[in-house]
Design a binder for this molecule. Structure first.
Ligand code: HEC
Ligand code: HEC
Length: 171
C-alpha cells in the first residue's frame, strides 16, 4: 500500500504538473522514514517458501514454538540435525523431508482459515484452525473413534440433537 503510493505519487505529479517534477523527485527521499521498521521486519531468513519473508524474528520464533507444541516434537523433527562438529543448526536447510511436508501443512491450514472458514456466516466459534486442532500434541493426528451409540435410542432419520450418553469408549 505504502509502496504503491510512494511510486505512484511521483508519476502522477510528473504527468499532471510537469513543473513540479523536481519536487516530485525529491519526494521519495522522505519515504525511507519507514526504513527502521522495515529492517526489523526483514531479518534475512534464507529459505522461506510459504511464510511471508517480511516475518519478524519474534513472529517466526513464535510460529516455530507453536509447531513444536502442537505436534509434541522438537525442532529436529522438521529441521536437519545440528552439525556434529560445530553443533550449529542450519534451519534454512531442506535436508529433512519432513520440513517440506510441514510447508504443505502450513498452506493447508492457512487455506482452511482464509478460503473456507472465512466463508461461513455467523460462525459461533471464530477460533482459527491451527496445527493443534488436528494434531493435538501428536506427530500424526490419531483416528477419531466416536463412542458407540446405544441401540434403539433414536428413530432412524431423527435429528441427533441430543448428545450420546457420556459413556467412555472401550479402551
Ligand atoms: C512442524 C515442523 C517444524 C518444526 C517443529 C520447527 N520448524 Fe522451523 N521451519 C519449518 C518450516 C516448514 C520452515 C520453512 C517455512 C517456509 O518455507 O516458509 C521453517 C523455517 C525455520 C527458520 C527459518 C530458516 C531460514 O533462514 O529460512 C528458522 C530459524 C526455524 N525454522 C527455526 C526453528 C526452531 C528454532 C524450531 C524449534 C523451536 C523449529 N524451527 C521447529 C518447520 C518446522
Ligand atoms: C486438518 C487437519 C490437520 C491440520 C490443521 C494440520 N495437520 Fe499436519 N497432518 C495431518 C494429517 C492427517 C497428517 C498425516 C499423518 C500421517 O501420515 O499419519 C499430518 C501430517 C503432518 C506432518 C508429517 C509427519 C511425518 O511424520 O512425516 C507434519 C510435519 C505436519 N503434519 C505438520 C503440521 C503443521 C506444522 C501444521 C500447522 C501449520 C499441521 N500439520 C496442521 C492433519 C493436519
Amino acid at each position: 500500500m505504502n509502496r504503491l503510493l510512494r511510486c505512484c505519487v511521483p508519476v502522477l505529479c510528473a504527468g499532471l504538473v510537469p513543473v513540479l517534477s523536481v519536487n516530485a523527485q525529491t519526494a521519495p527521499a522522505t519515504a525511507p522514514a519507514a526504513a527502521p521498521a522495515a529492517q526489523n521486519a526483514a531479518p534475512g531468513f534464507k529459505n522461506l517458501k510459504v511464510l511471508p519473508d517480511t516475518i519478524t524474528r519474534d513472529d517466526l520464533r513464535k510460529r516455530m514454538r507453536q509447531f513444536t507444541g502442537d505436534l509434541g516434537v522438537q525442532c529436529e523433527f522438521c529441521h536437519a540435525p545440528a552439525d556434529p562438529v560445530t553443533k550449529r543448526a542450519d534451519r534454512a536447510s531442506d535436508a529433512n523431508p519432513v520440513k517440506e511436508t510441514a510447508r504443505y501443512m502450513i498452506q493447508m491450514t492457512e487455506d482452511i482459515n482464509a478460503k473456507y472458514l472465512a466463508q461461513i456466516q455467523n460462525r459461533e466459534d471464530t477460533n482459527p484452525v491451527t496445527c493443534g486442532t488436528c494434531h493435538r500434541g501428536e506427530k500424526h493426528p490419531s483416528v477419531f473413534i466416536p463412542p458407540p451409540r446405544q441401540e434403539g435410542s433414536r428413530r432412524p432419520g431423527a435429528p441427533s440433537a441430543v448428545a450420546p450418553p457420556a459413556t467412555a469408549p472401550p479402551a
